[in-house]
Structure formats: structure tokens, C-alpha cells
Design a protein around this ligand. Structure first.
Ligand code: GLN
Length: 250
């Protein structure tokens, strides 16, 4: 009996120590917030002339980090590595113009939404493709692992899809005739069309979606803090200010 008590006491001590250790590893004690993104998605994220990652997502994350008393660090990586990076803990949060989808929600938690995205179709100005209905039988360029990729593969079949590492490469493939169109989010689409001669965006929109920050399932503490900070930024008008800096009202 006596032994049993000592053993349980020891066990309690060990468990408390483990618990304290685990707490020390969470965001409360950390002063750096690491954000994963794919900085080839203007105006949400892009590499600026000083070689820094800039854009809406970078500024939102910096504003959230400031509210949490943390310093923001950004890691640029392939879009289709982001979910793994955040769920494995190699970054704390992903902001990447990332659409909330039920499949992704199986691997990560999403914050409240901070923006809307629309999948649109970019074609050459003289393209025979006039509406979404003309996409059947055409070669569609997409960015690997994005919702544009997933929806188009579902709707038009794997063979219709040509996958590229980023939107700019997909647009280059459109320019040199390897694909007939590119399906991508509306704001990057506008940026790519503005930067390239002879392209246009179809008037008919493909799919509307919500952008949110992705956080590891077990990091509910950061999720709550992120949402609280985001709500403050919305209330203060700071979120609109950041978005308005990059997206001009039409
Ligand atoms: N919104 C799209 C998605 O989440 C594309 C995001 C991106 O390419 N950065 O899949």
C-alpha cells in the first residue's frame, strides 16, 4: 500500500512536469509566430522589390502577431506543402489565400474568414472560350493542389488538367499555347492579366469561396487568439484598410 502511494505520487509529479513542459512549448511562451505561405499569389502574397514577402496575408498576419505580442516570421513554400507544414507544426499558421474546404478541415482548423475568393477563367483575348460552358474538351492550366485544380479535375477530368507550381507558370503556359485557359482566384488573375499582354478574364465566375487562416488541429489556443485578434482588426477597420491598400474598389 505504502509503495503504491509512493508510485502514484511519483506518477503525479512526472505527469505535472510533463504537462508544464507541454505548456511551455505552446504559443503563450513563444515570441515568434511563423506563417507559411506561397508567395506567388498577388496581391495576397508576393515577393517585393526588397525580397520580402509582402501582401494582404503578410500584413494581416503581422497585425495579428503584433496584437499577440509576437514577431512574425514568414516561410515561403510550395502551396501544396502548406497543410502538412502547419499540421506537423513546422509553421504555426498558414495564410495563403487559402480556401476553406471540407477536405482541408479534416487536417487543420480554419480561423474565421477574412476575405472572399472567386475562381475565374483567364483566356487569350481572341479565345473561342466565351463562358464556363465552353471549357469542356479544353486544356485547363491550374496551380497544383489549389481549389481550381481540385474542382476542374472533378468537373472536366484529370486529362483536361495541366498542373503548374504557381499561377505565373500557368499563365505563361497559356501565353505559349500549352493550355487553352487558366482557372485561378480572381485577384491573382487580375494581377496576371495586368502583367501580361493579350489576356482577359471571363465574365462568368466559376466558384465563390472563403479565405481563412489554417492552424494545427491541436493548437486551439492559437486558433482562439487568432480569431480574437482578427475580430479586433475587423472592428478597428484595420482589416479593410489592409485589403483596400492592395485591392482598389471597382
Ligand atoms: N484559394 C485557392 C486555394 O485555396 C488558391 C490559393 C493559392 O493558390 N494560394 O486552393
Amino acid at each position: 500500500m505504502k509503495h503504491f502511494k509512493i508510485v502514484s505520487l511519483l506518477l503525479a509529479v512526472v505527469m505535472t512536469a510533463a504537462l508544464l513542459g507541454a505548456c511551455a512549448g505552446t504559443t503563450t511562451e513563444k515570441d515568434v509566430l511563423t506563417m507559411g505561405t506561397n508567395a506567388a499569389f498577388p496581391p495576397y502574397e508576393f515577393v517585393d522589390e526588397n525580397n520580402n514577402v509582402a501582401g494582404i496575408d503578410a500584413e494581416i498576419a503581422a497585425a495579428v502577431a503584433e496584437k499577440l505580442g509576437m514577431k512574425l516570421e514568414i516561410k515561403d513554400m510550395a502551396f501544396d506543402s502548406l497543410i502538412t507544414a502547419v499540421s506537423s507544426g513546422s509553421v504555426d499558421v498558414v495564410l495563403a489565400g487559402m480556401t476553406v474546404t471540407p477536405e482541408r478541415e479534416e487536417s487543420v482548423n480554419f480561423s474565421e474568414s477574412y476575405a472572399t475568393g472567386i475562381q475565374v477563367v483567364i483566356v487569350k483575348e481572341d479565345s473561342p472560350i466565351a463562358t464556363i460552358d465552353d471549357l469542356a474538351g479544353k486544356k485547363i492550366g491550374v496551380q497544383t493542389g489549389t481549389t481550381g485544380d481540385i474542382y476542374c479535375a472533378d468537373d472536366y477530368g484529370e486529362d483536361a488538367i495541366a498542373r503548374y507550381d504557381n499561377g505565373a507558370l500557368a499563365v505563361a503556359a497559356l501565353q505559349n499555347g500549352q493550355v487553352d485557359c487558366v482557372v485561378i482566384d480572381n485577384e491573382p488573375a487580375k494581377a496576371f492579366v495586368a502583367a501580361n499582354e493579350g489576356l482577359k478574364i471571363l465574365d462568368t465566375e466559376y466558384i465563390t469561396e472563403n479565405y481563412a487562416a489554417a492552424i494545427a488541429k491541436d493548437n486551439t489556443e492559437l486558433l482562439e487568439k487568432f480569431n480574437a485578434a482578427l475580430a479586433e482588426l475587423k472592428e478597428e477597420g484595420k482589416l479593410d484598410e489592409i485589403i483596400g491598400k492592395y485591392i482598389k474598389a471597382e
